[in-house]
Design a protein around this ligand. Sequence first.
Ligand code: XIL
Length: 556
Amino acid sequence: MKGAMKLLLIVLSVIIFVTGIPNKERLVLAETTEKLKEVYGDYFMIGTCADNSYFSSSSAKYRVLSEHFNAITAENMMKPESLQATEGDFTFAQADRLVKSTLSNDMTMIGHTLAWHQQSPKWMNSGVGRDEAIRNLENHIAEVISHFGDDVYSWDVVNEAFNDSVTDPSNWRGALRDTPWKKAIGSDYLEIAFKAARKANPNIKLYYNDYNMDNPSKREAAYYMAKEFLEKDIPIDGIGMQGHYNMMTSVAAVEASILRFKELGLAISITELDVTVNEARGQSKLSEKLELAQAQKYAQLFKVFKENADAIERVTFWGISDAASWRRESFPLIFNSKYEPKQAFYAVADPDKFLEENPIAKPDADAEAKTANAAYGKAEIGGDESQWKNAEEIKVNNYIMAWQGATGTAKVLWDEKNLYVLFKVTDSVLNDSSVNPHEEDSVEIFLDETNGKMPFYENDDSQYRINYKNVKTYGATGEPKTGKVVSYAAAESGGYTVQAQIPFRKIKGEKGLTIGFDLQINDANAQGMRVSIAKWNDLTDNSFQSVSGFGNLTLK
Ligand code: XIL
């Protein structure tokens, strides 16, 4: 009897294995899915970032890698700190292995990156004069590019050189991030880098690479830089749009940027694609509903990529499986942690069919927005907090990064000309040492006066940032022309207070009016790195370029 049961079990297991009843997805992957690199063979390369572990031949990771991808970007191994942590001591062994595996698998090797403000050793550009910094930059580029020669198809020569908040993009030098390279050399460090790269190997393609290139003003800054380079014969061949997107990303804005760069005749690549689902952060798995919504976003993106394939040479995902992603808390990739295809995989494999079968019901921006009230009244900035006693308390305590840090509350008054905001932040460690104002301990106030909730900034929209020492910085639309932003800030035990008077740009304050509104708290650690962002309503990190996720503030 026991033996018969055992036999029955074995027979059942074999039937289940062959028909794949309990594991349909895996069977689909093994037998019927399209291979992405073949589907897109006539359009562009399909890449992923990787390290040497991706090539261990018996792993699921390698199976998926070799089935679907034909381009490899070194996720970390070719960054300055990996190749020359100590001056003159080049450490190529790990990267060489990756290049060898990539080429022996008939894949294209992409180099990332030569000049960046992160993952780069301090000796190169901190505490050294211009001439020495130039020598260090040129030497690093010459050595690295010559070492890999034609084995690397293209290099991201300069990475992330522009600020996120750009007010006058035609003055692209003014839009440059204040990085160690820029501080040591000046704004010509980019052309020095590109020239050194071309000199080291004329055969390879040279890219400028950055994130948020779908932000119209940041994109324009890169556009003007590349245009000037082309006019002055400074070598540049391509623009890398990193593509670290999320559910609020406007696919129309992505397409607008592709079309803009296309005007320059440069190659375009999507170099680090992922789409985070912030709503799912902290959950153990992605719900069916969110998985579908994410897939629809991927389908829309790939539709646009396909339509512009004449200008796009490569689309590279920043990883294969959610579990190994640098943004793993928000399930950003097209394979799940078991390397099984997600809905997003099918969306990428055939975007038109996917959207036909799964039409988008309503625009992303329709997500329910919170509502709060502002009380009528005027406040003397720097005066007593009791001036806000009639206003309701708004809690700024929704986290959008992995770490959970400072929270706070705010109260808002309004009159015909201004909003008056009182912000109380709880935060025991205060730091303003970052080169990026948004990474300092600071609060941000966002306004969409006409409440149009558009996926970009118009001239009624504004972003104001005030740090705990009362240093003000402005978002894409700059300072208002209708009056001064008056502010006060003071550190106090366990946190800090900010008061601000913000003039309306377009509207006149009126009882019953509802405007788009949001609040943010940036929390820096003792080293000056931003470790947490708390928001009132918009749970994306996109408020600086899209007002579509703001909450509603009613003037009572
Ligand atoms: C990330 C890697 O994925 C992480 O493993 C590493 O810890 C930090 O860097 N923009 C870039 C990439 O250009 O190099 C970054 O990669 C992600 C953001």
